[in-house]
Design a protein around this ligand. Sequence first.
Ligand code: GUN
Ligand code: ZN
Length: 429
Amino acid sequence: MTKRLLLGQTLGFSGNPFTDDWADAVAFDSGGGVLIAGDRIAEVGHAAALRAAHPDAEVTDYGDALISAGFVDAHMHYPQTAMIASWGKQLIDWLNTYTFPEEARFADKAYADRIAGRTLDLALAHGTTTLASFCTIHHESVDAFFEAAAQRNMAVIAGKTCMDRNAPDNLRDTAQSAYDDSKALLEKWHGVGRASYAITPRFSPTSTPDQLAALGALWAEYPDCLMQTHLSEQLPEIAWMRDLFPQARDYLDTYEAFGLLGPNGLYGHAIHLDPREIDRLAEVGAAVVHCPTSNLFIGSGLFDAAGLAQRGIATGLATDTGGGSSFSMLRTMATAYEVAQLRGVALHPSQLIWLATEGSAAALKMRRQIGHLGVGAMADITVLDLASTPAIAQRAERAMDIWDALFPTIMMGDDRAIRDVWIAGRRAG
Ligand code: GUN
Ligand code: ZN
């Protein structure tokens, strides 16, 4: 088995910096090393000791660059890659004006192949090693994404996006076809290589109660699958949901009533939550996903990262491409910091990196398998240059400790800060 030794500053986590004291939760070594055996991390320790113990390992010395677990983007829409940064609309108008016309193109497998490959290459260039993506209603879009991920050996989660109302004719399925197509795709892809299938109703306004019930029944047949959707993103959306589901107690209830609330549920945005919704998410152990650049770009609101973490609700971090305005999880962390500041909370750099790695992995129920710089995890690794631009370098130069050195890269970094990326023990690209 090939042994590789990566040397540099290493940053991992033994705990959760939201619920533990962050200083107890981090594992940082300024002269560290990561030993990779095959596709997994075999050891994390001091550089000198690892070098001595493994003289046969192939060494890559990154100097004072920071070796981290690869970033995990826990909610995005790969079909929206080509229309990211589309101007001037809020959620419902943005969907109708920009998103749906673009998603209609994914009936064409060749187009889906092109955008899937482009998205994954952009993700890798930005240090993102796993993505959980919505596809379109077309099975071609799902095949394209899983095939492109398999070519790159990336762990991805994805599913056919289901919609049977309030969408253009060419983007609507039915309750029965959503069930049948999702089931066929799930059986084709779930657990194949590094692929996981997620049952994916877009959001309750674009599904009839019949479709939600059909997907709830499918989830009951495959409870180990994730179910991903959107929840309480924007106030006009919530008002619309109330018109469409007059019986529902709240937005979460539109899922709960149809079997779409459970521990493997992944609810994107989750900004404007009622106390009952927070209680139920906590009770069932469901996860939410913070999409900060999207929440500002589409004008949705300010997610309560610290408050939900205090309630023990697993929280991932995500770009929400193309509602989000960046492919970069660094930029996403920066915006999470800014959103929290607007709520009067200063998130620590350790909390930001944790959200983008361990937090997202836990939300995806892949804790300690990905997003983790520790023994036994898959060797999906991102190496950060902490002086990637003159502006960042001059600030990092006067840093007093690793957090002061890392924070300028979080706030001002982009793909230029990505020194290297490893996927399952091999250098990406
Ligand atoms: N709600 C339903 N669909 C979408 C989408 O594609 N993007 C975002 N941001 N919110 C949604
Ligand atoms: Zn989304």
